[in-house]
Ligand binder design. Structure first.
Ligand code: ZN
Ligand code: FE
Ligand code: FE
Ligand code: ZN
Length: 265
């Protein structure tokens, strides 16, 4: 089974191409399922280049469902969403998620104490911080994300490495305790190839995380984080090699927020 569960649309204001082009790209690659997971309105900012407006969410849902119907004989289109975990917006996010019948919800941390740490415009801030402390804080917030119970998939689990800032200390125990939270809440995590396209230069999460996840029995799914049709399914050979070397032979799939299992391709 080949799936890409992390495809953005131009509705977020920082992606290109049409949704239909992304579906066609997925068909071209021979994927069995393509899941749109555009950014849920961020709420903590109204920057139109970061996410759609709240009133546009139902348009997004409608467009995905229309494509699902049109292409049902050629590929399964899933209705996903990438929702941010941020303590200030948890209740409003929960309400928005309840309003639609998503197949799955990716949970992401893109903001820490008001800082959009994965926004290239905000990258200077890393130079003012203790990177080890930043990583500890980041994993703390990801554990909170898991405990919130709002999400199905932990997206790009070590996004904090995006611009190449690496901790000096070993984060093995942080990763283990995060994985235990995922396991306790029945979540899976995503192997996301976007890190290859940034200074991090490797997939999210790192091999150490994937190996530990397999050891602890945490399921996994796959995403490209494509912000253009050309990036759908990109570099999945690298993700698959990492998953197989960790011992995985199954992928988590989703329908109506219920996790299924399918053999790895
Ligand atoms: Zn994005
Ligand atoms: Fe993200
Ligand atoms: Fe994304
Ligand atoms: Zn993402």
């Amino acid at each position: 089974m080949k799936v890409d569960y992390h495809v953005h649309t131009s509705m977020c204001g920082h992606a290109t191409g049409t949704m239909e082009e992304s579906v066609l790209a997925a068909i071209e690659l021979g994927l069995d399922e393509v899941g749109f997971a555009d950014h849920l309105p961020f709420l903590y900012t109204d920057d139109p280049t970061l996410s759609m407006k709240p009133e546009e969410l139902s348009i997004y849902v409608e467009q995905v469902l229309t494509l699902k119907e049109i292409y049902e004989d050629r590929i399964t289109v899933r209705l996903g969403i990438e929702a941010d975990y941020y303590y200030e917006t948890v209740d409003r996010v929960a309400k928005m998620l309840e309003a639609h019948s998503f197949d799955y919800v990716l949970g992401s941390v893109h903001i820490l104490s008001g800082w959009l740490f994965d926004d290239p415009r905000e990258v200077h801030r890393y130079d003012t911080l203790d990177i080890d402390e930043l990583y500890h804080h980041y994993y703390d917030v990801e554990r909170e994300l898991a405990r919130s119970g709002l999400f199905d998939v932990l997206s790009h689990p070590d996004l904090v490495k995006k611009f190449g800032h690496r901790p000096a200390a070993d984060m093995g125990s942080e990763v283990e305790s995060l994985l235990r939270e995922l396991s306790d809440t029945g979540m899976c995590f995503e192997v996301n190839t976007a890190g290859l396209r940034w200074p991090a230069g490797e997939i999210y999460p790192a091999k150490q995380f994937i190996d530990a996840a397999h050891r602890l029995g945490v399921p996994v799914t796959m995403g490209s984080d494509a912000h253009s049709p050309g990036d759908v399914g990109r570099d999945f050979d690298i993700s698959l090699a990492a998953l197989k070397s960790a011992g995985y032979d199954e992928l988590a799939t989703f329908e109506d927020r219920v996790m299924g299992r399918a053999p790895l391709p």
